[in-house]
Design a protein around this ligand. Sequence first.
Ligand code: SAM
Length: 442
Amino acid sequence: MTTAGTGHEQQHRHLLEVLVAAAAPRCQNLAELLGYLPGAYPAEAADVLSSLASRHLIDELTSRRLQASGVPPAQLATPPRQANAPGIELPDPHPLDFDWRWTAQTATGLVTRCTGTTGPGDTIALLGTPTLLPLAVDAPHRRHWLLLEASTATTSVLAARWPEHVQRCDLATGQLPHLSARVVVADPPWYPEHTRAFLWAAAHLSIPGATILLAQPALATRPGILDERAGLLAYAHGIGLELAAICPSTLAYTCPPFEQRALAATGLSASVPSDWRRGDLIELRRTTAPPGPRPRQPSHERWDEITAGRARIRFRLDTEEPGQHGADPRLIPLVPGDILGSVSRRNPIRAHVRVWTAGNRVFGCAAPALLKMIAASIAAGTPADRPAQADTGRPLHADELVKIRAAAAQLRDLIQAEHRDSARDRLDIAVLPTKTATVLCG
Ligand SMILES: C[S@@+](CC[C@H](N)C(=O)[O-])C[C@H]1O[C@@H](n2cnc3c(N)ncnc32)[C@H](O)[C@@H]1O
């Protein structure tokens, strides 16, 4: 994030305090309170609540009522499902993709919005919005839908069924197709550099008069959102996209498994509804102005993924000195229980993470490239020390072998834990329902 200086942090905290102090006495539980805090992270809301209570700015009864974590059985319900077509199961989202998927209700509302704004034969571009494709593509309204998405795991599942409607593409740097889209739906990772890249792609792919539907963080998601948004709208204007409407908190997201685990690590999973996260829908209109040059991207972290069954494990490869033969590839614990409490880019632990799973387990490691090779051997069912031996070009020393075998044992345990969690996530877990705010304006 670029804008969260101390001033923004303080303003944000103050805003949350005011909102919580005003709403808490009317609320029966934390879930209800979250409905008054546009997009605020539940752990942050709970912290503000405790702080207000400790200063006697909230009465004790209210504080006890809202901090109680259990949810009465009468209020339990099936969670809002992520939008999925029959027979299509997208891979578990990975935190490094910033992959927050819409609820079925929000996704259906967006598809309806797209078809309502277009006619037969028109093109609709979906940028980083894989949830929409299965709902849109088989419907009998004769639009041409094209999903542009960077995740290989996601695009390979969708392209297996609809190859002509899916293109794997990094929207920040990849080659864009020639399209004349009348509507573009874009949900970039919620950071300015990603949003600028997606906006530029939207301008490049659309025709004058086209509608761009851009998902953005709701206003209390983190410090500085309004300033960030002002910068983005100014950028959009410069590339031929004029603001038409802003619909606050209309987009509802399902809580991905990695976030459920982060909430569980902070003791909040039982009191937070699985569709707590909200986004704002920003509607822009394409003018005749040319988009100009593509925005330059800041240098990015480099992560490689190894999949073993349903387990998705990423290894950070841009931090290691080359030729570190003999370095220790074992996983280094970073946080209690190995689950990251917040995946926010503001979390300082992120700088030390070298291994990160879809289940939100994080570790340090002195030799992540070597560990990745070991993981690849495990996934392929070959001996774990073979790639290290090939890489060094000599027999391994006894102490190197000991470390490699220990690292392989750690990885096998990790893969098992990820499989266990993924299987559990597929069961219907009862959670508290919320008032879903998915009437899309426009
Ligand atoms: C915030 S999620 C949006 C998901 C959407 N809400 C849905 O339900 O379909 C961001 C999506 O953009 C994709 N993505 C991230 N960076 C990208 C890039 N540079 N180019 C293309 N896609 C990208 C991610 O893999 C993810 O699918």
